[in-house]
Design a protein around this ligand. Structure first.
Ligand code: IPM
Ligand code: MG
Length: 373
């Protein structure tokens, strides 16, 4: 069989980004030993790192590298030196937003799944938590994030415009319905149609599209109610379809269901090169401490392989991550009494991929008995 080669842009970014992406690269390199796949990586800078180097959170050459790649593997961006300074002229987040916009990544796909062995760390009761399995489709390049922003001359009045065009709703709605057909065939539109004109356009457009998918059940929830239902009854959701800012908020809320935001991957797809990133941020407090959970990044790499058509390799990674979780090989966010370093978890997953479970000598690597952290 011929070897397939993929060009991957690696934008590891700020904070724990480089540490978690490093583990994903290890995993991809292991996959490439097992399957007939090779990866040709090109690193490029983005976010605070790029601001410090060039003054621009998305330098032109970084964008070029992304456009010329088959996929982008993204780490995280953000730096405390900008967070507490509302008058900063450039911000790391602008790099990510510009990248999403430039690549036309209109759909951000965030799966949320309850891993049975983590039931004890979920803030939800086991019977509420168990069986949760949903995918959030968040619109990513329009709405209030990208509408006109204004501040009055005297600095006492500000506005952010929320604009949606029908075609921007249609394109992501089709993706959501198509995914629903492969799952439990239910789409929930989350909006605020009792108040917002943009939400009413979402509702009307989605009702029209639903007619094209008679096998898919569609229902509607106002975002405030959806926030409540996510915690009361997460099992009711299969696909959640929503606009940019509601999606940002409810996906962080959804992430706690499973026990840790450190587990959640995402894919951003659209017109050009797709991008794969954990939903967590740069977690600067953890930088360099080797405590970051690499699983969200590794699972993002698996989503990338799936997108590239390498489904077996993608499933294999997911299987190995699940095995690590089941065997308690997790980071401090998932078990504060017995946890493993970022690098150890990556190595374990690689070994598991190669089916050498013997590698795991628990007594040697427990905290306090080893030097791994
Ligand atoms: C996310 C993040 C970003 C967003 C930030 C970093 C701009 O919170 O990907 O969810 O708001 O979209
Ligand atoms: Mg967010």
């Amino acid at each position: 069989m011929e070897n397939t080669s993929y060009k991957i842009a690696v934008l590891s970014g700020d904070g724990i980004g480089p540490e978690v992406v490093n583990e994903s690269i290890k995993v991809l390199n292991t996959v490439s030993k097992i399957y007939q796949i090779t990866f040709d990586y090109t690193e490029a800078s983005v976010g605070a790192k790029a601001i410090f180097e060039t003054g621009n959170p998305l330098p032109d050459d970084t964008l070029e590298v992304c456009k010329n790649s088959d996929a982008v593997l993204f780490g995280a961006i953000g730096d405390p030196s900008f967070d507490n300074n509302p008058s900063a002229k450039v911000r790391p987040e602008q790099g990510l937003l510009a990248l999403r916009s430039e690549l036309g990544l209109y759909a951000n796909i965030r799966p949320i799944k309850a891993y049975p062995t983590l039931s004890s760390i979920s803030p939800l009761k086991a019977e509420v938590f168990e069986g949760t399995d949903m995918v959030i489709f968040r619109e990513l390049v329009s709405g209030i994030y990208f509408g006109e922003k204004k501040i009055s001359q005297d600095g006492t009045e500000a506005s952010d415009l929320c604009v949606y065009k029908k075609h921007e709703i249609e394109r992501i709605a089709h993706l959501a319905f198509q995914e629903a057909l492969k799952r439990r065939k239910k789409v929930t539109l989350v909006d605020k149609a009792n108040v917002l004109e943009t939400s009413r356009l979402w509702r009307k457009t989605c009702q029209e599209i639903a007619a094209e998918y008679p096998d898919v059940e569609m229902d509607f929830l106002f975002v405030d109610n959806a926030a409540m239902q996510l915690i009361l009854n997460p099992k009711r959701f299969d696909i959640i379809l929503t606009e940019n800012m509601f999606g940002d908020i409810i996906s962080d809320e959804g992430s706690v269901i499973g026990g840790s935001i450190g587990l959640l991957p995402s894919a951003s797809v659209g017109e050009k090169t797709a991008m794969f990133e954990p939903i967590h941020g740069s977690y600067p407090q953890a930088k360099g401490k080797k405590i970051a959970n690499p699983m969200a990044s590794i699972l993002s790499a698996a989503m990338m392989l799936d997108y590239l058509g390498e489904k077996t390799a993608a499933d294999h990674i997911v299987f190995s991550v699940e095995q690590a979780i089941a065997n308690g090989v997790v980071s401090i966010d998932l078990n504060s009494k017995k946890y493993f370093s970022t690098g150890f978890i990556g190595d374990y997953i690689c070994k598991s991929l190669e089916q050498d479970i013997e590698f795991f000598h628990q007594e040697n690597v427990e905290i306090g008995k080893s030097t791994i952290i």
